[in-house]
Design a protein around this ligand. Structure first.
Ligand SMILES: [Zn+2]
Length: 173
């Protein structure tokens, strides 16, 4: 029976191996980067976010405050809103949020209100980052929910998308 055509040995290694968390993070961050690039095309600061539950994307958001006349329309908020609608629950228990840029204080608050289990971000934001750069709301002992944080996933690519956008905008003005 060992020469069955579909024996386990015949399958390519990647089919068998469960993807490591690093590989998954990398793959989902690429999806968030695509949303950031779409935001840039719309003239918005390029930040993209996705919400993942059980390995499936349930929410996508691009940064869109200018176009939507809404100062709260950050990528994370847009992705959280879509995810909550998708599962019909205001709490996103067990979900991971991927975002290309370190969340601001507003988004860090929303992530905690949503009970998101894990946050993965790309580039750090030394000006408004509220997950370690300016302040760290994610491990503030006085707050009741703590989201696990992984930073620096595709940080170079995420940062490059932002710096390219800003240098192009400076040239225009
Ligand atoms: Zn924000």
């Amino acid at each position: 029976m060992s020469d069955l055509p579909c024996s386990i040995e015949a399958l390519p290694a990647e089919t068998l191996a469960l993807k490591s968390q690093d590989q998954q993070d990398h793959q989902f961050m690429l999806q968030a980067l695509q949303l950031a690039q779409q935001a840039a095309l719309a003239g918005e600061v390029p930040v993209g976010a996705i919400v993942v539950k059980d390995g499936a994307i349930i929410g996508r958001g691009g940064n869109a405050p200018i176009d939507s006349h809404d100062p709260t329309a950050h990528a994370e908020i847009n992705a959280i809103r879509q995810a909550a609608q998708q599962i019909g629950n205001y709490r996103l228990v067990g979900c991971t949020l991927y975002v290309t840029l370190e969340p601001c204080a507003m988004c860090a608050g929303a992530i905690q209100h949503a009970r998101i289990a894990r946050l993965v971000f790309g580039a750090s934001d030394p000006k408004t980052g509220a997950c370690g750069s300016v302040i760290n709301l994610m491990n503030e002992e006085k707050l009741n929910h703590h989201t696990k944080v992984t930073s620096g996933v595709l940080a170079t690519e995420c940062g490059h998308t932002l710096s390219t956008f800003f240098s192009a905008r400076r040239k225009k003005t």
